[in-house]
Design a protein. Structure first.
Length: 146
């Protein structure tokens, strides 16, 4: 999981710097990482917490995805996008008429968001490494030192 988090973080930083053809590369890498994450997490939860509480924990993890999506898409990304659109609108000296939506152009609209998500992925990497460190002794006893 830690390796997947690092790849996701690098991918999001790559999007934030606006390289040519970035959306295609980032879409494939992020999709692969997201799929790998959902393939690894259930087995990691089962391994760490056992079968007794697996159902509750798996449902909690399944709920975390839409909850995080709601928070990031509905609150954080929306506020950043509107802020950048207002800056672009003010720079062009245009006023907003009734019924006209704010529109943001360029990668600046989502660069800050990708930077925030990249930092969160790095935090997830650190937390994953803490779990690895704390469970290292248990696995050494179970499977030997190899």
């Amino acid at each position: 999981m830690a390796a997947v988090q690092v790849v996701m973080s690098c991918s999001l930083l790559y999007y934030a710097v606006n390289a040519p053809g970035v959306i295609y590369i980032v879409s494939v890498v992020m999709g692969s990482c997201y799929g790998a994450h959902w393939a690894i997490v259930p087995s990691a939860v089962l391994e760490l917490f056992g079968l007794k509480s697996f159902g509750a924990l798996y449902n909690f993890l399944t709920l975390a995805s839409p909850a995080g999506s709601l928070i990031f898409s509905g609150v954080i990304v929306n506020a950043i996008y509107d802020y950048e659109a207002k800056i672009q609108r003010a720079t062009n000296l245009n006023t907003l008429t009734d019924g006209e939506a704010l529109t943001c152009y360029g990668t600046i609209c989502y660069s800050i968001t990708c930077g925030i998500l990249s930092v969160l992925c790095l935090m997830a990497f650190v937390l994953s490494m803490i779990v690895v460190y704390r469970t290292k002794r248990v696995y050494a006893k179970l499977y030997g030192n190899s």
